[in-house]
Design a protein around this ligand. Sequence first.
Ligand code: SF4
Length: 469
Amino acid sequence: MHAEQKGINEECGIFGVWDHPRAAELTYYGLHSMQHRGQDGAGLVVNSGRRLRAHKGLGLVNDVFQDASFQELTGSAAIGHVRNATEGSHTYENVQPLLFQSQTESMALAHNGNLINADSLRTELEHEGSILQTSSDMEVLAHLMKKSSMETNETSIADALNQTTGAYGILMMTDDTLYAALDPNGIRPLSIGRLGDAYVVASESCAFDQIGAVFERDVLPGELVAINDDGVQSSRFAIRGQRKMCSMEYVYLSRPDSDVNTVNVHASRKQMGKELAKESPANADIVVGVPDSSISAAIGFAEASGLPYEMGIIKNRYVGRTFIQPTQDLREQGVKMKLAPVRGMVAGKRVVMVDDSIVRGTTSKRIVDMLKHAGASEVHVRIASPPIQHPCWYGIDMSTYRELIAANYTLEAIGELIGANSLGFLSEPGLEKAIVKDKSLHQGICTACMTGDYPVAKGAERVLTHKRS
Ligand code: SF4
């Protein structure tokens, strides 16, 4: 496997506040609402006006901040991060925001996504004498910015970003400015909200609701937003490509109460279920969803098929998500602890089990087994997204070709492997129909892990000018 493919495994959440007396506290609440985006580390950097100060650690937001006194983290601006670590990167050094101190300034950086050419940039920097302390893409970016200018400003950020390829939402904070930048194809989500006079920026709009902020707008593809005491300035660091929002944000990653690129996640999942019922109906008695991310699609499937939706599986809320556990053993143990069948609902019934996606197939097999042990006479598995046949280059932990069940087996073989009586996937046009309501607003989605059609090719670094809009 190419070295740059190995470092693509990150799904994170970022949150920033400008001009609020309780910036650190708001960041804590914002991060808490995005805990589902990363459970291995959390941190924030607060700007007291005189200096930037970090508090971060490994673990859940509550673990990291249990001892943090927000009285000590005073300041009117902050950025924060929740992190999903991959094998080998689960270290304190990699927890963001990264804080850099130089002769001229302090600067903090946090991101969600992946720079696909980070490894080659890192090699170049090392050849030039840089010594990097983390495996984070953001340290590479910070070095590129410093090479461009001693001071962080729109030009140095644009220069650095234009040497990178990838999918990212980035927050940066200096003594006097909060910056937000989005990749030229807008693959990752990033939105701006208002809380009175304060500005907030977040990966997901559910973070705004958590703190009582109001959504204002999404950061645009290739846009660099600078927020400071002069207000908000928008500039373009890249020619705006066609928006290709990650479709997995809708399928699985985002919270149902979030609006991603103006589309509500629950509503899109419900529509995926409806499209799936049309494309792949089943002779069955009840529809059940795998909690939590498949419930909306299961409700849609039930509505469109006329079958009753029942709570056939329940979730123990005190166990973390399986998809983002760093090892396969932990993932499988997690499933056992996490889900339980509602025997009285499924016994003797032909069950349609709706799930959002199949990655490795091991989780689906366990759930099918569990339903059959609970007495289900048949289990018809319906997946509310197309088969995942390709790895993600843009920051989502999707495994390698070798581990992706749909990259290695036919539909029939997958059905047999997971023990389903029948198996159906949503088609790619069905997925697009469920997400893209208004092409003029929404343009398009990334479906590269399903189709192999990658919107940003490796080695496609852009050479662009920096334009203020
Ligand atoms: S490849 Fe898949 S997971 Fe990655 S950004 Fe595209 S749709 Fe999202």
